[in-house]
Design a protein around this ligand. Structure first.
Ligand code: CIR
Length: 255
């Protein structure tokens, strides 16, 4: 069970962050802040203590805190973010996580974004993407392997991160986009496949006994309603415009 979440307030120039989603329109800072507040309130409503970091103007993507660390009960792995414009965001997050967990680090030439890392029970799936390379996965496997976790590297052919397309929604069930549904490495799991046009909602966030899912994806909502978990919908329009999703906006962990 997660007891804590770390988030960062989006900075005023968050729209200068990296994005491939310009067709969704211009991001609105006021609306982004309100949607971020609703996200924090949802986490608090689920009983989590939320640690909020201040905005960081030099890094317009820095509120996507998930990418700069992977936190397990035993260790917090500080990543080496794969996009040069984002590398440096980890500097201010590491000391905060260091209050709760021993730290380990992915070092160059290894690169990794936390958005590529999915934990299901004691098994990590790590996407090999434009942000995460094989050396990053090798270092990560060495760190978490020492604590009894296994690691499977999975090529990400489409989309930004592995968790843009695959997420754990409880038990042995994964919510996946059609692009990932045929992967051999996911055999053995029950796959819920997002309907056409609802791929964005594959980034649904499991927090203890609840699922947080983006508003506006009725097909995905119908799929996850059958899982027996509480479902919370949040409007993610401004985050989606910057290629981000629900998982990216926090680091969840147990203390
Ligand atoms: C980026 O391109 O790095 C950000 N604009 C979005 C990061 C989203 N993070 C995530 O999916 N974990």
């Amino acid at each position: 069970m997660f007891s804590h979440a770390l988030v960062r307030v989006p900075c005023e120039n968050f729209a200068s962050g990296l994005t491939t989603s310009s067709r969704l329109g211009a991001p609105d800072h006021g609306l982004m802040l309100r949607q971020h507040d609703a996200y924090v309130e949802a986490l608090r409503g689920l009983g989590l203590t939320v640690i909020t970091l201040p905005p960081e103007d030099a890094f317009p993507d820095a509120h996507f805190v998930e990418d700069v660390a992977v936190v397990t009960p035993e260790v917090a792995v500080i990543t080496n973010p794969g996009a040069p414009a984002r590398n440096g965001e980890q500097t201010s997050v590491a000391p905060v996580l260091g209050r709760y967990k021993p730290l380990a680090r992915i070092e160059s030439p290894g690169f990794m974004d936390g958005g590529d890392v999915l934990l299901v029970d004691r098994r990590f799936f790590v996407g090999l993407s434009e942000r995460t390379n094989a050396e990053g996965v090798r270092q990560f496997a060495e760190i978490v392997g020492a604590h009894g976790y296994t690691v499977d590297a999975v090529p990400v052919e489409k989309g930004l991160h592995f968790k843009s397309g695959v997420n754990h929604v409880g038990g042995k069930t994964l919510l996946v986009t059609p692009d990932f549904a045929g992967l051999d490495v996911l055999a053995g799991y029950d796959l819920l496949v997002t309907p056409q046009g609802e791929e964005y909602a594959a980034n649904t966030l499991l927090v203890n006994d609840a699922l947080i899912t983006p508003t506006g994806f009725p097909g995905v909502r119908a799929l996850i309603d059958g899982l027996g978990l509480r479902v919370i919908e949040l409007d993610m329009s401004e985050t989606q415009k910057m290629d981000g999703g629900l998982t990216c906006l926090s680091l969840r962990f147990a203390v």
